[in-house]
Design a protein around this ligand. Structure first.
Ligand SMILES: [Zn+2]
Length: 233
């Protein structure tokens, strides 16, 4: 499927930042939100402003900050909580490789102006990118897992778009995005602590497929087979 997101670790300096807002999260200390539309002179940038605008994006970011950490960290003291003090959100004229959005490092989100469609679509993309801000990336974590967790967050927020595959869709568990999101949702239906436990492991440990058998008592391949059989995929 079309790549919908890139996550790169290189820090990227941003300019022309305009709006700043400090929000108080239920689960964290104050988080500074910084935002700007750097594409206001383009059709996509104008569309973004008419559909959501930076102030609207701040509301979505604030909602995501309250929604995502409990989902990925479970709010338990025993789970390492990621320290996030700032999120920078900008709308850019044209992102590389046709990406809809890119998360740089751990707190800088860029949205591709030409991808601005409707409020729910943009909101879903923001939730996906905010999941990258809050999730862990243990050594060797496959990109399919990273993107699958991000779309799992979007799914649980009720923001799955109509163009996604249906549950059971896809050829490989680690295709990422919607395919892996629905598989993780199935795994989480078997044990409601699965996704946050998997994420918590990646705070300190390298990736290992044994996480499936350790947490769910079945091998990854058996789980994928069960999943495909359940949905006739
Ligand atoms: Zn992504």
């Amino acid at each position: 499927m079309t790549q919908t997101c890139l996550r790169v670790s290189t820090a990227h300096l941003l300019s022309c930042l305009s709006l700043v807002l400090v929000i108080t999260s239920r689960v964290h200390a104050d988080i500074v939100l910084v935002g700007a539309n750097n594409a206001e002179d383009t059709d996509g940038g104008k569309r973004f402003n008419s559909v959501m605008g930076i102030s609207g994006a701040f509301k979505v970011l604030g909602d995501a900050i309250n929604f995502i950490p409990p989902l990925l960290h479970n709010g338990l003291d025993s789970v390492p909580t990621k320290l996030v003090t700032k999120v920078v959100f900008t709308v850019e004229k044209q992102l590389q490789q046709g990406a809809v959005a890119i998360t740089f490092g751990t707190f800088q989100i860029q949205f591709n102006a030409p991808s601005a469609d409707n409020y729910e679509g943009i909101t879903g993309v923001i939730y996906h990118e905010m999941a990258h801000v809050w999730q862990y990336f243990g050594q060797g974590t496959p990109s399919g897992v990273t993107e699958g967790v991000a779309d799992y967050v979007r799914l649980k927020a009720g923001l799955a778009p109509s163009h996604w595959v249906k549950p059971g869709g896809g050829d490989r568990w680690d295709q990422g995005y919607d395919v892996t999101a629905y598989f993780f949702d199935y795994c989480n239906s078997l044990w409601g602590d699965f996704v946050w436990q998997m994420n918590a492991r990646l705070a300190n440990d390298a990736w290992s497929e044994s996480v499936f058998s350790d947490l769910l008592g079945k091998s990854l391949q058996d789980l994928w087979t069960d999943y495909k059989n359940k949905f006739g995929g």
